[in-house]
Ligand binder design. Sequence first.
Ligand SMILES: [Zn+2]
Length: 330
Amino acid sequence: MSQKSEPLALGIDLGGTKILTAVVTSRGEMLSRDHSITPAKQDHETVIRSVLESTERALREAAATIETLDAIGIGVPGLSNPETGILFTSPNIPKLKDVPIREIIEKQLGKRAVLINDANAAALGEFYFGAAKGASNFIYITVSTGIGCGIVINGKIYTGAIGTAGEVGHMTIDDKGPSCSCGNRGCWEVFASGTALAREAKQKITGGAKTAILDFAGGNIDMVTAEVIHKAAQNGDGLAGRLIQETGYYLGVGLANLINVFNPELIVIGGGLSNIGDMLLGPAIKEAKNRAFKKPFQTVRFARAGLGRNSGVLGAAAFSLEEMNRLNKL
Ligand SMILES: [Zn+2]
């Protein structure tokens, strides 16, 4: 592993539930991969310590050291400024607020690093190594607890004025809709995420609806998740099927907005909820077709994400190598 033929990067994907770190070659080959649980309720020191511990394990597994790395890319959830390296706010890790996360990690590791939003990292992962290879105008969305997004325009991530662009999960779908973790109400992810699907099912169950969903959750309503609902639907539960269809419908409402605004050539859909597949994506694409302008809808292709959970860590690594190249040329 010590021959130094190919540039190496450390990719970090700090998520609301998990931390993934990997030593990655410039061709997207993972020499190691470490997976751990995010201490999401803890203070930022504890969260960063977990990231550093995961980094150590990933380096050891790849027989690499900080010195042998060419770049470090940190993917973070929430609103951040990649220029200043500050993470403003992260709904799923509430105590990460206005943290100069890049600087702290750089100091600890003794090497420069770049910061990128986690969904943008995943979009770039798909762009370099996955379903969006060769596409220069595309949108990546990840549908899980919320909806994340990376917008690629002319082959570059669009980050906006201060780096926070792409928060499509918080575009308003219904101005009087249920409240959202962002403080607004009626956001897209309040209707079309795994959280939304589980919430609707729980409401129906509590209201006395006839369904077997609870049986698939071991009789415990707190265990009703999107996965459980999917399982129930696969076993012929009518309510579960209808709820997934409804979530797909709302997914399509938002997709139509994206198609009309961006005229993308491709929309890549990833994230845990997308694993439901056609039962969810069928109604989504149907509704997108109903609402979007005809011409851009005819142009757009839809694809499932190709890298699964590795898109973010691979994208963070590839982005960091690209950034280091760019900075070295300045
Ligand atoms: Zn919101």
